[in-house]
Design a protein around this ligand. Structure first.
Ligand code: C2O
Length: 349
């Protein structure tokens, strides 16, 4: 029988299916085994400070310096620590390369891309990442910066990531796309040679298309249903294809075989830019739900979606099982977005 939620089990994590010329060649990306069974996720205490995520281009030096320190602290942890940067990056590899097999269907992969798992999985991933960072910093209000590539002022790789002596730097990027180069939200590998003004208009139209014209329903925005017993990658939502995927490839080093780091799933989490990119993807999900007067912008109610679950280590290094229904209310998760508007709302082509 098929159907039911996709459930992740650490015992069903094994060899990743890596692209040719991936490195290191013997990469294993399953997390360390826990001392005991996973615990079920509990929402944070409502009295916790609200973590207000700010756009990287206006957050200010002090705010970005905190993110820098957090990444340095994660990189300094031993690789065996599930909160280390090494293990955090591997989470993406494990969920995106078929390392996890489906409970009850070991011949089938768990895959969090190209389906309705895309937004909830990445929300949970970034949520734990942020809390681990806050814990290491001793700052319970720590919030991630987001890369607001959908507003004109945010349409460059944020400066804080480009300084080669910063922990936020990654040498495996496309050097042609360093600032002041503007992002190209539907980048397919060829440079467009637009003027900045043309590129901004183009990008805003892409946003309008992906958020409004192409995404009137949950399945079109969030992605196609993916249930236990289904083959992976049934179909992505509009924004997952672009700007999400396209910006991965836009950021990665095209001289590498798989556009590492950002341009391939197995390596994307190795770039600190990934977490700022995904904070914005997550913000865009919130924006989609709140687009005015569109009563169709509501999430799935399907129990197979709501009960799908993932495993993460939390800031105390405890293994936690989190389900999609746990993470639908960001206020209850004690974070918020601040600092940018939605200029593409009026950019109907
Ligand atoms: Cu799991 Cu940005 O991809």
């Amino acid at each position: 029988a098929t159907g039911g939620p996709i459930v992740t089990d650490l015992l069903l994590c094994g060899k990743p299916n890596l692209p040719p010329n991936a490195f290191p060649v013997n990469l294993q990306c399953c997390p360390p085994m826990p001392a005991s069974e996973p615990v079920n996720f509990k929402l944070p205490d409502p009295s916790e400070p609200l973590r207000t995520r700010r756009p990287a281009h206006v957050a200010g030096a002090e705010y970005m310096a905190k993110y820098e320190r957090a990444i340095a602290l994660m990189k300094a942890l031993p690789r065996s620590d599930p909160r280390s940067f090494y293990q955090q990056a591997n989470i993406h590899c494990a969920y995106c390369t078929g390392a996890y097999r489906q409970v009850g269907h070991p011949e089938l992969a768990v895959q969090v891309h190209y389906s309705w798992l895309f937004f909830p999985f990445h929300r949970a991933y970034v949520y734990f990442f942020e809390r681990i960072a806050g814990k290491l910093l001793g700052d319970p209000g720590f919030a991630l910066p987001f890369w607001s590539w959908d507003v004109p002022e945010g349409m460059r790789m944020p400066m804080a990531f480009v300084n080669s002596s910063s922990p936020l730097y990654d040498p495996l990027r496309n050097t042609r796309h360093a600032p002041p180069k503007l992002v190209d939200l539907d980048f397919m590998g060829a440079e467009k040679n637009y003027t900045d003004e043309q590129q901004i208009i183009h990008n805003l139209r892409i946003m309008y298309k992906q958020m409004i014209s192409s995404a009137p329903l949950a399945s079109l925005f969030l992605g196609q249903p993916f249930r236990a017993g289904d083959s992976d990658k049934p179909g992505p939502g509009s924004v997952e294809m672009y700007p999400h995927n396209t910006l991965h490839v836009w950021s990665g080093d095209i001289s590498r075989p798989n556009t590492e780091d950002m341009g391939d799933n197995y390596s994307a989490g190795r770039d600190p830019l990934f977490y700022a990119h995904h904070a914005n993807v997550d913000r865009i999900w919130e924006a989609w739900r709140h687009i005015n007067n569109n009563t169709f912008h509501v999430d799935f109610k399907d129990p197979d979606w709501l009960n799908s679950s993932f495993l993460f280590y939390d800031e105390e290094a405890r293994l936690v099982r989190i389900t999609v229904h746990d993470i639908l209310d960001i206020e209850k998760l004690r974070y918020a977005y601040h600092g940018v508007s939605l200029p593409w709302l009026n950019a109907r082509p």
